[in-house]
Design a protein around this ligand. Sequence first.
Ligand SMILES: [Zn+2]
Length: 151
Amino acid sequence: MDIHELLPVLVPKAITWAKSQEAAILRAGVPLSPSGIGIAQRVGVVDPTRVRLQVVPAIPTPDDPVMARIVVEQGVFGPHTGGVTLGYGIYLVAGKWNDQLVAHELRHVHQYESLGGVEGFMPVYLAQIAQCGYRDAPLERDARAAAGEPV
Ligand SMILES: [Zn+2]
């Protein structure tokens, strides 16, 4: 599957999906603890009080078959994944997260803020994955660096 060719179709689908997931997390999630707010400020989040965390058994897979396939084939999230950030909403997988992962996901919140929300982030992020692969996408490298993970 050529992700480059799919981008014009994929980006609007990803934006729609991400916004609906963000809305669900903002309804059901919990605000950051004081220490979480400290981590958010350290990685550059402008408005940490807007962030919500929701612990889930697994990251929900998109219903759309093309999106679901990209998610799996590109390794965007799978059995190894501990968290996914969608705007101000962060999914954390039960038993698979720690402060370093929260720092990584909060750096993605900073990126959403910098790029203009889900509509601004998603085209850049998916184009980077198409060009570099998930692991080497600059936004992923930046998140790992901010969280003190091996870059
Ligand atoms: Zn990441």
